[in-house]
Design a protein around this ligand. Structure first.
Ligand code: HEC
Length: 124
């Protein structure tokens, strides 16, 4: 009887230890698909994104490119975009997720920016 109780207690402990080692699978946030037919607006979506991504702490005058809303477009087009090879655009790959820039885009922000470059990097 005693042994059965010990075995039961041990089984419970092991079950507890094993289950406490499980962790929830981190679900990557869904990246909204970019519809190439829907124009992405520089003024309404891309310029505010630089602020949302906390770029302006450095890039609002002191460090080029100046990504403040009033100057961002001319600071990045044409020098920092390559509409023929959007992924080769410095404005896209320098702060890309997983890179080593002090501040990086989220995956969704990077996708939006790439979509805008693919659409011709228009000042719209
Ligand atoms: C902590 C300060 C800091 C923050 C925040 C920061 N940057 Fe930078 N960035 C720099 C510095 C310094 C340089 C120049 C040296 C270098 O390339 O690392 C630079 C360079 C760049 C360049 C290259 C410019 C060129 O002429 O090739 C791009 C593009 C850029 N940053 C975009 C961004 C974007 C977009 C964000 C926001 C997601 C951002 N940076 C946030 C400091 C910062």
């Amino acid at each position: 009887m005693k042994i059965k109780q010990i075995v039961a207690a041990l089984t419970l402990m092991i079950a507890f230890i094993v289950s406490s080692c499980q962790y929830d699978v981190v679900v990557e946030p869904e990246i909204p698909p970019i519809d190439p037919e829907v124009p992405i607006s520089f003024k309404d979506e891309i310029a505010p994104m630089f602020s949302d991504a906390n770029c302006l702490g450095c890039h609002s005058g002191n460090v080029n490119p100046n990504l403040s809303p009033a100057t961002a477009y001319n600071a990045i087009v044409p020098n920092l975009v390559d509409t023929a090879n959007p992924e080769e655009s410095s404005i896209y790959f320098v702060p890309a997720p997983g890179g080593n820039h002090p501040q990086k885009y989220s995956a969704a922000q990077a996708a939006l920016l790439k979509g805008w470059i693919e659409q011709g990097a228009k000042n719209n």
